[in-house]
Write a protein that binds this ligand. Structure first.
Ligand code: ADP
Length: 249
């Protein structure tokens, strides 16, 4: 009788605790969503307004407009990351899986990052990837994954960034490697960078700003594709992010 009573109390407590956690998660997701939407509207308006302002007589305003657009773009990207992660945390993911030609997907991402690449005078190559190598997954999310990895390669490099992207087939997987010549990551922090809001502090005055959300999103998306991500890195030499994706999920 006592054991039964005890078991019932434990079960009731576990149930109450689970419901509480679920409520908390829902409130968190709602809070993230509201926050992101509050930011999104003014950012969209700024972008529209910047697009409508005419160039000054000597083209002098163009530089300022470019700055507004670039900074607006950065904020938009952070807002999208928060929204994506909130949705993923809430179990809201609708992956549209299809066969994707890897080279074309990467080429597209690199084209979209052209302004940042030119600004950093960087060299981003995909030379080794054959035209006929396909991966299987959600085009938008996987493009975001590689955009984040290349963007980080550009951000966390003090000299002229050299980023080389390669891919190879290994059994049922395609391994895509994004390698940079950047500042590197201390080995003690290799796994923590994939957790939300975790960043490595390098004690540099001009340290790159960020929220530590990009790699958490990347990891989550890769895992939803039944793949994995690993990093090999050496401080002051560079980092190599290896993405394992099954050819067919
Ligand atoms: P954010 O860049 O916004 O801080 P991320 O989740 O993309 O967020 O990255 C987490 C942390 O991992 C970064 O703050 C940085 O310290 C480290 N990091 C990520 N990519 C690289 C890289 N290619 N080289 C060096 N450090 C990196």
């Amino acid at each position: 009788m006592i054991i039964l009573l005890f078991t019932a109390i434990v079960l009731l407590f576990a149930n109450w605790w689970l419901l509480k956690q679920k409520r908390l998660l829902k409130t968190n997701v709602e809070m993230y969503n509201n926050l992101a939407h509050e930011f999104r509207t003014p950012l969209t308006n700024i972008n529209l307004a910047a697009g409508l302002i005419h160039k000054g007589p000597e083209g002098g305003d163009q530089k300022l407009l470019d700055i507004i657009k670039r900074e607006n773009g950065k904020l938009m990207q952070q807002v999208e990351r928060i929204l994506h992660l909130a949705r993923l945390d809430n179990g809201e993911y609708d992956l549209k899986r299809e066969s994707l030609p890897l080279r074309a997907l990467l080429k597209n991402v690199i084209d979209e990052l052209q302004i940042q690449i030119e600004e950093r005078n960087a060299n981003v190559t995909i030379d080794e990837i054959p035209e006929n190598l396909d991966i299987y997954g959600d085009q938008q999310h996987l493009a975001n994954v590689f955009r984040n990895l290349i963007d980080n390669g550009l951000k966390y490099t003090s000299d002229k960034p050299v980023i080389s992207i390669s891919a190879m087939e290994e059994g049922k997987n395609v391994i895509i490697s994004v390698e940079d010549n950047g500042i590197g990551i201390p080995s003690s922090q290799n796994s923590m960078i994939f957790e939300k809001f975790q960043r490595v502090h390098h004690g540099n005055l001009h340290e790159q700003k960020g929220f530590g959300l990009g790699l958490a999103y990347v990891k989550k998306i890769i895992e939803l594709h039944k793949g994995k991500i690993e990093v090999a890195s050496e401080v002051n030499k560079g980092s190599c992010f290896n993405v394992y994706l099954p050819k067919y999920c």
